[in-house]
Ligand binder design. Structure first.
Ligand code: NAD
Ligand code: UDP
Length: 331
């Protein structure tokens, strides 16, 4: 089975490539413009997986490049990771986010349609549930209302496009995967989250502070109505998340399926810090500041649908992710 991974040198794509190979899917082509990843990831995947994957440098905004890609290779399925993901930046540059995440996806779907490729797994997010959804978030909850940033809107719009497309034409097999908060990295420490520029997610910031590249971690609020006052999220190990893609591929069938990929329980910002400090033996410079605008207090996944339909569940916990993060920091 020949599989295209757009954005495959990125954080989640690279881990998924490793897990696909481990599951026997080794005919993989990565298509990435390297705007938020590095080419050496291809070698690192090869080191871990024992297979050198094909890499094509290109942009999903370039229709001609996509056309050539789909004529050069006969793909059976696409995993679509390419996109922009910084929530704060999306507030400042909404057009860029809509152009890449929505426009780029439309280009990809057009190229797929022209080439007769109708299997796609799409990287969506728990953000699409919006601020009014009941916790734990279930796939049956309405989505698209009360989304607090343009990034989340772009993901919701793409979900709607995929539903409309599958409705318009028989044969499409679509899995929409709503990720919760991926953390950690492969236990080799060779690949991991290494964003360009200033990160805004918790773990990359913890890593920057641990490396001394940032002075301190700012804890955005300790006055939430949560057990310890700090924000609560469903932190899923990226290797479990990657295995969720393999499971989704195996269970693709006609129509659109939507699955949460999360652990199914919430952990707090203070618990993440505690895990870092205990496992590293070092105190993390940190300070509590005001809540970050737009942040929700607490949410996590209802994880039973993916367990039932995909025969997938998470195996790794916060401490595993932290241990692997420490290995990545050393490497
Ligand atoms: P990432 O930035 O590490 O990976 C995305 C990859 O896409 C990068 O390698 C980047 O170079 C590439 N890319 C960006 N624009 C492109 C373009 N125009 N053409 C071709 N390639 C392009 O991000 P990630 O964390 O691996 O996320 C993968 C997907 O999952 C994204 O769509 C993201 O929105 C989604 N997602 C991520 C998270 C998270 O917390 N990491 C949560 C929910 C959803
Ligand atoms: N957070 C924090 N300090 C930071 C970054 C994040 O306290 O520098 C908190 C944030 O308020 C939230 C949690 O960590 O409660 C997860 O935030 P992240 O940005 O990683 O993910 P998201 O908000 O998208 O769930």
């Amino acid at each position: 089975m020949k599989i295209l991974l757009t954005g495959g040198t990125g954080y989640i794509g690279s881990h998924t490539a490793v897990e696909l190979v481990a599951a026997g899917y080794d005919e993989i082509v990565i298509f990435d413009n390297l705007s938020n990843s590095k080419l050496d990831v291809v070698d690192k995947i090869a080191k871990i997986a024992g297979v050198t994957l094909e890499f094509v440098e290109g942009d999903i905004l370039d229709k001609a490049e996509l056309k050539k890609l789909f004529s050069d290779y006969k793909f059976d399925a696409v995993m679509h990771f390419a996109g922009l993901k910084a929530v704060g930046e999306s507030v400042e540059k909404p057009l860029q986010y809509y152009e890449t995440n929505v426009g780029g996806t439309v280009n990809l779907l057009e190229a797929m349609q022209a080439a007769g490729v109708r299997k796609i797994i799409f990287s969506s997010t728990a953000v699409v549930y919006g601020e009014h959804a009941k916790v734990p978030y279930r796939e049956t909850e309405p989505s698209g209302q009360g989304i607090t940033n343009p990034y989340g809107e772009t993901k919701h719009v793409v979900e709607e496009i995929l539903k409309d497309l599958a409705e318009s034409e028989p044969g499409w097999q679509v899995a929409i995967l709503r990720y919760f908060n991926p953390i950690g990295n492969h236990s080799s420490g060779l690949i991991g989250e290494d964003p360009n520029g200033i990160p805004n997610n918790l773990m990359p910031i913890v890593m920057k502070v641990a490396r001394g590249e940032m002075e301190e971690l700012l804890i955005f609020g300790d006055d939430y109505e949560t057990p310890d006052g700090s924000g609560v999220r469903d932190f899923i190990h990226v290797v479990d998340l990657a295995r969720g893609h393999v499971a989704a591929l195996k269970h693709l069938h006609e129509g659109v399926q939507i699955y949460n990929l999360g652990i199914g329980e919430g952990r707090s910002v203070f618990e993440v810090i505690e895990s870092y400090e205990r496992l590293s033996g070092r105190e993390l410079p940190k300070r509590v500041v005001a809540r970050r605008p737009g942040d929700l207090a607490a949410y996590w996944a209802a994880a039973d649908l993916a367990a039932e339909k995909l025969n997938w569940k998470t195996e790794l916990v916060l401490d595993d992710a932290m241990r692997d993060t420490l290995a990545f920091l050393k490497g």
